[in-house]
Structures are given as structure tokens and as C-alpha cells.
Design a protein around this ligand. Structure first.
Ligand SMILES: Nc1ncnc2c1ncn2[C@@H]1O[C@H](COP(=O)(O)OP(=O)(O)OP(=O)(O)O)[C@@H](O)[C@H]1O
Length: 237
């Protein structure tokens, strides 16, 4: 579904991504893990078109994505749920979800998507008329994911959904992400610093460090790799 090849991004003189290649197959949940500043958010911004590449290619469902203007990319079915949630705080929960449904597919399927969103996140149904800025951090994250789902995407990109959340709340979010993947078969690209949790959920993972992919493979390969065990899972040999 998504093929990124030899992709590099720079902010002025600073290289944020160097020669990154990765693939996401239809229906897969792929995790990108790595430390602060590794370039994870930059990769998502480049897929959405917020930052331009220096070189490399991105193909989405066989199409050259870089030739598609950024505002059109959501209409192809790419939903980007940004780091830090960024809900519209002065709009209600329901209005935030409606804002996500601006794609043709999102509008066409809004009634059934809303029903599914309420099934996944009943609290958003209860709080439909409440201003988003008054929600807790976990509820705002649920709303950000719901807003992404409202566009009826083919690919859902989640940038650190656990950020700033208590472990139990983060676990609830991971459980919902897994449910969306398992039950709805949605293709998901997940960026996370909580490496153990993210790798447990994924079909395939990539480890990104200082702008380069240093390791990739299926869950079993990554979880048994000594570097991953030492650096990210706090485990010994
Ligand atoms: N707008 C920007 N201008 C200049 N440098 C930037 C900009 N955004 C990010 N960077 C730099 O690019 C590098 C990668 O940042 P990025 O936010 O992609 O990392 P990350 O892996 O998502 O980290 P985190 O999890 O802390 O957000 C960092 O060195 C960062 O300082």
C-alpha cells in the first residue's frame, strides 16, 4: 500500500531523515519506534506533505504521492493523527469528529463511521456536546483518533498516541488501536516511543535512530534482537 524508498528530509542544513526505505502492506499494522529526535514525526509530515523531501520517492497504492499536492493527500485516504493530539479545543466533541469527515469517503460513510466511533469510544458519545478543550488527555487522544477515522481513511497514521498519558490510559488507547486493526482491517502506521507496547501490536516494525532505519523485521525478530532488548526494552542478554 505504501512504499517509501531512499527518502531524505532536511530542515535547512539539518538532516532529519537519511535514505529511509519502508513498506506497509494492506491491512498491516507497522510500527516505527526510536528515541526522541530520531525523525519519526518528520517521516509522517513528509507523507502528509507538510515537509518536502530532499530526495527519494513515496508510492501510495501505486501512485507517486510526491506529485499529489498535500491538501489532496487526505482525499486519497491518508489520515494523519498528529503528535500532541491537536484537537480543536473550542469546538465540541461532535464538531471535531465532523471536521474529520471532510473527504468524499468520510462524508459518504459518516453515519456508520460515527456509530463505530461511539462503539470504540463510548465516552465520546457521552461527551458529544462538550468542548474538546475540557476533555482529559486520554479523551482528547481518543477524539484525535476518532477525527482521523471520520475521514474513512485507507491508511491511518498515528503519531505517538500514548504521549503524556498515564500508563493505564495509554494501554486503553493501544487496545483500541489493536481493535481497529483486528476488527476493521484498517492499515495503520504507528509511531511510538513506548517500544514494547508498539512492537507487541505490530505485524512489522522499523527502528529509526538519528534519521536512519537501523533495524526492521517482524515482531519476533525485533523482540529477540539484542540491541532492541538492551536499548529499548531494558532487558539483558
Ligand atoms: N521544524 C523544524 N525545524 C528544524 N528542525 C526540526 C524541525 N522539526 C524537527 N526538527 C529536527 O529534526 C529532527 C527529527 O525530529 P522529529 O520531530 O521528526 O523526531 P521524532 O523522532 O518525532 O522525535 P519526538 O518523538 O521527540 O517528537 C530533530 O533533530 C529535530 O530537532
Amino acid at each position: 500500500m505504501l512504499d517509501i524508498e531512499d527518502f531524505s528530509v532536511a530542515y535547512g542544513g539539518l538532516r532529519a531523515l537519511t535514505g529511509v526505505s519502508l513498506s506497509v502492506g494492506e491491512g498491516q499494522l507497522v510500527a516505527i519506534v526510536g528515541p526522541n529526535g530520531a525523525g519519526k514525526s518528520t517521516l509522517f509530515k513528509a507523507i502528509s506533505g507538510i515537509v518536502p523531501p530532499v530526495s527519494g520517492s513515496i508510492r501510495f497504492e501505486g501512485r507517486d504521492l510526491l506529485s499529489v499536492p498535500p491538501p489532496q493527500r487526505a482525499h486519497l485516504g491518508i489520515a494523519h493523527v498528529p503528535e500532541g493530539r491537536q484537537v480543536f479545543k473550542t469546538l465540541t466533541v461532535r464538531e471535531n469528529i465532523e471536521m474529520g469527515a471532510y473527504t468524499e469517503a468520510g462524508r459518504a460513510r459518516f453515519a456508520q463511521t460515527l456509530e463505530r466511533i461511539h462503539e470504540l469510544f463510548p465516552i465520546l458519545h457521552e461527551r458529544a456536546g462538550q468542548l474538546a478543550g475540557t476533555l482529559s488527555g486520554g479523551e482528547q487522544q481518543m477524539l484525535a483518533i476518532a477525527r482521523g477515522l471520520a475521514s474513512a481513511p485507507r491508511l491511518l497514521m498515528l503519531d505517538e498516541p500514548s504521549m503524556g498519558l498515564a500508563p493505564t490510559v495509554a494501554d486503553q488507547i493501544f487496545e483500541r488501536v489493536s481493535q481497529i486493526h483486528r476488527e476493521d482491517g484498517l492499515t495503520i502506521l504507528l509511531v511510538e516511543q513506548r517500544v514494547a507496547e508498539a512492537l507487541e501490536l505490530c505485524d512489522r516494525g522499523y527502528v529509526l535512530e538519528t534519521g536512519r532505519i537501523v533495524l526492521d523485521g517482524p515482531y519476533q525478530t525485533l523482540i529477540s534482537d539484542d540491541r532492541v532488548r538492551r536499548a529499548y526494552l531494558g532487558l539483558g542478554e
